[in-house]
Each structure stands twice: as structure tokens, then as C-alpha cells.
Design a protein around this ligand. Structure first.
Ligand SMILES: *Cc1c(COP(=O)(O)O)cnc(C)c1O
Length: 374
């Protein structure tokens, strides 16, 4: 058996759309496919503007520029996340302030946010771990009362929702990822969702190297010039063409992933009752997207042995993250607010199981081996 941890899913139309983009002769960004993908995101999420980017990392960097941070300003986020959540803000001179996560969803513990706010706090960055929503009503209420920006790291959360509202479109801005390890992919890719219409124009400028090129091409200005800071965050049409093939199938991809997720979940229920593992918790008001299936094992030693044993059978399971407050750069650039005991505890115990379209036939065998390895 050789079951990789991830295998990118192709819908079958990717090369056909890339050939169309090639035939159209427009290869730089903002051609027809880019427009189609952006309109799709806006229609699906309700964001006032969706801008494709090279990655979620790029979208987070744009959000950090849009947040107008001064060196020393603070941004509250979980430590249990990917490095880009913090890096984007550190690049602006800001200080990530890490708070603990909830023991159930492993999302930022919204009950700890208010105590971490100081006179320097400017933003909160909720990360929707595994495509399961953070407690956005509470977070938006805190942000309103303290006049803070909310930037959703929705890298894992395309097609997921909170009380029926699409993730990425609830905060002031949201960042999505189309990296090949996510649900909807273009190899590398992402998008910034701008939910406050007032920020959309500046977002376009920042993405176009600090120029008003987009307005120029719409005929809104008669000269195309340097007007702000910015960088090259706009993907070319070939990437957008690939992505369009994925967006067309987004509903069926999500449905099929949920099928695999639910199969895992049912089969591990008994082991959870016996106290041998803990399964993911999905609050009733969260519509998740089956981005990830993870298990919490009793401890680090058990996890190491579990991963080794399954690897020996050709089943590749992985763990993540080294909590950011405990990483060399996290200690240098950020600080922890209080004890991050839940974060430290779950980081040693979490293991991710293979979850990709096409593994369905092997799933019964995977489940059997997982249960035997506990
Ligand atoms: C994948 C991921 C990112 C980075 O996405 P890229 O598109 O690879 O830049 C950021 N944050 C989280 C939580 C992620 O899972």
C-alpha cells in the first residue's frame, strides 16, 4: 500500500482552460479567467471585492499593508497556525501577540482576546483551523468595541461558513489559499477578500505594484502612475485558468471530501468512547469544508509511534504546527499572552490522516490500520 498524505485533485478541465488562455494570447493577470474567478468568489462569499493573489501569504501581506500598521503595533492571533499568519504582519514591523486556542475546535479562544488588548493593538487575526469557523460574532463585537481590524486567515476555509455566512467575508478582510494542499487548488494561489468597499481601491493598487493600473484600464484615470506602496501580488492567467476548472467543481469537491471525512468520523466514534483518541469537534453553527481530518492521541510518544507504524505500512500521516510563540522567529518577533497550555498540549498530540479525492477505495484499510495502531 502507498497512501500519500495528500494528492492534488484535478477536475479534468484544467489543461483545456489553460489552452484557452494560451489561445486568447493574454497571459499576464486580470484577463478573462481572473475575472471569472474573482466574480465567482464575490458571488459565493458576498465579499465586495475578491482579488486573486499568488498565495494566501501574499493576500495576508496585502491585508497587513492595508491595515496601515506602525512598527510596534500589535496583532492578536493564535500560535497554533502556519507561519504566514504572523510573518505578514512582522514584515510591517508589527508584533504578533499569541493567545491560546480553544480545546474543542483548536481555534483562537475568543474568551482570551480582550485581556490581550493593549493601547498598541490594531488587529485580530482569527484562523479558521481545518475549515471550522472561529467564534466570529464575539470576535467582531470585540473588534467593534476596541476599534480593531479583523483579518480572517481563511486559508483552509474556502466553502466553509459560520451561521450560514461564508468564511473570509465576515471580517474586514479575509485571505484564502489555493495551494495544492488545500481543497480548491491552483498549485500556488490565493485571494484577498475585501469586505469593506472603502478598502477595495487601495487593495487593487497595492496588488499592482503601487500603481493605479486597474483604474487606468477601466478608464477611470487618464494616466497610469505610481500612487502608493505595493508589490507584485497578481497571478498570471494560466494560474487563473487552472483555478477556474477547480471553482466550477467546488461544490462536488466539497461534497466528496465531506463523504471521506464523515466516514472517518463514524469509524473513530467507538475509539473515542473508549478514550483512545479524540475526534474533531464541529459546533452546530459551523458549516465545515472537510479540509482536514485529524485525531488527538494521548501524547507525543504515542503519536511518534503511530506515525512510524503507519509509515511502515505505506500510510503517510503528518503532524503540524510547531506553535509560533515557541519557534525561534516567534520568540524574536512576537510574544505570548499568558500560558498557551492548550496550544502546547495539542501540538504534541495532533496527527492528520490522508484526505484526498481518489482515496475512497483504500479508506477502509486505512481506518483498520489506524485503529490497530492506537
Ligand atoms: C496554507 C496556509 C497558509 C498559507 O497559504 P499559502 O497559499 O501557501 O501562502 C496560511 N495560513 C494557514 C492557516 C494555512 O493553512
Amino acid at each position: 500500500m502507498n497512501i500519500p498524505f495528500n494528492k492534488p485533485h484535478m477536475t479534468g478541465k484544467e489543461l483545456w482552460y489553460i489552452a484557452q488562455a494560451h489561445a486568447n494570447g493574454h497571459l499576464a493577470g486580470d484577463g478573462n479567467f481572473t475575472r471569472q474567478c474573482s466574480r465567482w468568489l464575490e458571488a459565493r462569499t458576498g465579499a465586495s471585492k475578491a482579488l486573486l493573489t499568488h498565495s494566501c501569504t501574499a493576500a495576508l501581506e496585502m491585508a497587513a499593508i492595508l491595515a496601515d500598521l506602525e512598527p510596534g503595533d500589535e496583532v492578536i492571533m493564535p500560535a497554533y497556525t502556519f507561519v504566514s499568519t504572523a510573518n505578514a504582519f512582522v514584515l510591517r514591523g508589527a508584533v504578533p501577540v499569541f493567545v491560546d486556542v480553544r480545546p474543542d475546535t483548536l481555534n483562537i479562544d475568543e474568551r482570551l482576546i480582550e485581556a490581550a488588548i493593549t493601547a498598541r493593538t490594531r488587529a485580530i487575526v482569527p484562523v479558521h483551523y481545518a475549515g471550522v469557523a472561529c467564534e466570529m460574532d464575539t470576535i467582531m463585537d470585540i473588534a467593534r468595541r476596541h476599534d480593531l481590524l479583523v483579518v480572517e486567515d481563511a486559508a483552509q476555509a474556502v466553502m466553509a461558513s459560520y451561521k450560514g455566512r461564508p468564511l473570509g467575508a465576515i471580517g474586514h478582510m479575509g485571505a484564502l489559499s489555493f495551494h495544492e494542499t488545500k481543497n480548491i487548488i491552483s498549485g500556488e494561489g490565493g485571494a484577498l477578500l475585501v469586505n469593506a468597499p472603502g478598502r477595495a481601491e487601495r487593495a487593487e493598487i497595492i496588488r499592482e505594484k503601487g500603481t493605479n493600473r486597474s483604474q487606468f484600464f477601466r478608464g477611470q484615470v487618464d494616466k497610469y502612475t505610481w500612487v502608493d506602496i505595493g508589490s507584485s501580488y497578481l497571478p498570471g492567467e494560466l494560474i487563473a485558468a487552472f483555478l477556474w476548472a477547480q471553482m466550477e467543481e467546488a461544490d462536488s469537491i466539497t461534497r466528496r471530501r465531506l463523504g471521506i471525512w464523515n466516514t472517518y468520523h463514524q469509524w473513530f466514534a467507538e475509539a473515542e468512547r473508549q478514550g483512545r483518541l479524540r475526534r474533531p469537534v464541529i459546533p452546530a453553527h459551523c458549516g465545515h469544508n472537510a479540509h482536514m481530518y485529524y485525531l488527538l492521541l494521548p501524547g507525543l510518544e504515542q503519536r511518534t509511534a503511530f506515525i512510524e507504524r503507519l509509515r511502515g505500512l505505506g500510510i503517510h500521516c503528518v503532524f503540524h504546527y510547531i506553535p509560533l510563540h515557541d519557534a525561534p522567529a516567534g520568540r524574536r518577533f512576537g510574544r505570548a499572552h499568558g500560558e498557551l497550555s492548550v496550544t502546547e498540549n495539542i501540538a504534541d498530540r495532533l496527527v492528520r490522516l490522508p484526505l484526498w479525492l481518489g482515496m475512497e477505495d483504500a479508506q477502509a484499510e486505512i481506518i483498520q490500520q489506524v485503529l490497530a495502531a492506537l
